[in-house]
Design a protein around this ligand. Sequence first.
Ligand code: SAH
Length: 345
Amino acid sequence: MIDKVDVLSLNLKELQDFVIDLGEKPFRARQIFKWLHQKGISSFNELTDISKNFRSKLFEKAKLQKAYLVKKFVSVEDNTTKYLFKIENDYIIESVLMKYEYGNAVCISSQAGCAMGCTFCASTVGGLERNLTAGEMLSQVYEIQKDSGERVSNIVIMGSGEPLCNFENSVKFLELINSKDGLEIGHRHITLSTCGIVDKIKELANLKLQITLAISLHAPNNFIRKKIMPIANKYSVDELIFAAKEYADFTKRRVTFEYALIDGINDSEDCARELAERLRGSLSHVNLIPINDVEERNYKRSSDKTVKVFCEILKSLNIEATVRRKLGSDINAACGQLRKRYLKT
Ligand code: SAH
């Protein structure tokens, strides 16, 4: 049996080729593209302006592989909503809607599960289940926009999974979300977060996209990084920071280093000074994140005072640093935490 075509992951040109193969006029492609990407349809039956015959050809040859909303949790503390979606093969993924003054940001997943094994992260506990298609990544945004009734202005690829280990689909997602006949969200409003797959950062730099690259650094040296992030056994901190420098040179975009502060692990004043030393001279910004506690590991969030001191040291050494406002901690809004709890029950 020939696999049905995943039409939600096709760009306009590919969709045109597909409709021509079905014996239809090429202009039909744009019509369908808009239904898929601007209206976010859930069935080909909703394509009311094409013939019944064409619709049945679509049912036969194509599929709508998207994320279907299963459950949502609204935070009582702030305007954060966490969504659980079901995708093909019944995998569960999660996304978050965060409302800021500047607009609505959605945090999407790029994989079901994750293979990276970071010790503080809930997404990786069951390993990698599978890569998401570009369409499954897109539909998280479309469904959240439909559910909230408000426009999504910003996207962070910072949910479950390592986007650079799902490189092709992530790049396709970036192309489609920016498409004129889709939501047309500008790349400057999109952040891609990686644990630091150096080879892939280079590949991404070569594409010269205007997205923001965020690198989950979380440690100032290899010794500490290896204790919390297995990827540090493959790429050293220096290699990673060098790749970030190259990325900034190529794209002229400032790189963000994420640094989750874990009590007693990576939050000492020495760590702050060493980090500043390492980052000196790079076009970058450090985003400090008070970690969400991980009971299994006995990891605790650093105290507010420690976070403040860490931030002050970086700034005094001329490293740009901010502390991320924590949103939705009452609904397990950190990477993979909600999904983990949902699967448990
Ligand atoms: N794989 C990518 C993107 C997914 S993780 C990456 O590593 O960047 C998204 C962010 O959430 C990363 O910075 C990750 O380190 C962070 N994160 C994971 N678990 C966390 C926790 N318990 N508390 C705070 N941040 C966490």
